[in-house]
Design a protein around this ligand. Sequence first.
Ligand SMILES: [Zn+2]
Ligand SMILES: [Zn+2]
Length: 218
Amino acid sequence: MSRDVVELQLERVKAHLVLEPELSLIDCGYAGSVPGIQRGIAANGRDPATLRRVVITHGHPDHAGGARDLAAGGADILIHPADAERLKITWRDVVRQPSRGHVFAAMTPEPPHFHPIEDGDVLPMLGGLRVVHTPGHTPGSVCLYGERDRILFVGDVLQRRFGRVSFASRLYSDDYAAARRSVKRLAELDVKTVVFSHFTALEEGAAETLARLAREVG
Ligand SMILES: [Zn+2]
Ligand SMILES: [Zn+2]
């Protein structure tokens, strides 16, 4: 793990704080997570009011739920437009067209404004954090790759159940086949650390692990 990255364990999900002069956060937990995030920032000696940006790996309620409140506090919200679009979905839409994806979207308060991030964008964090669009778990799922630290934030694009790294959850992914295919791109990166949202980071054998998954995709 980069020494500039601190894990914040929120309810049932992790967010990652990037402690640089400009304070950034990767993902922001369920709606209602903001007091916990603020405590985490303060515990690291920083003023929560100075949070500059929140990068969202995907629009699921456990990753983007705090975005509206953090935006109200002045942070920029960065999210892929394909997932930002879905956050407009309300409970009324769920009633009209019930689906798991719609329920998740309705559970996630829509931020009042956002900055779209696209494949290939390089964010001013960790010496340049590159956006890798990896659709499938959700249409706008992104991974974030920091070349300097060889660190890869995968959100829910990969899991690490019982220590073994595997593809995204079949149950909770919009398009499981696409989610698997997206992993091939990750194997092309030079990675030392894989950071998950729900599991302990992988610090050993990351490159071999990504190569194994890419081979499984075929
Ligand atoms: Zn999740
Ligand atoms: Zn998810």
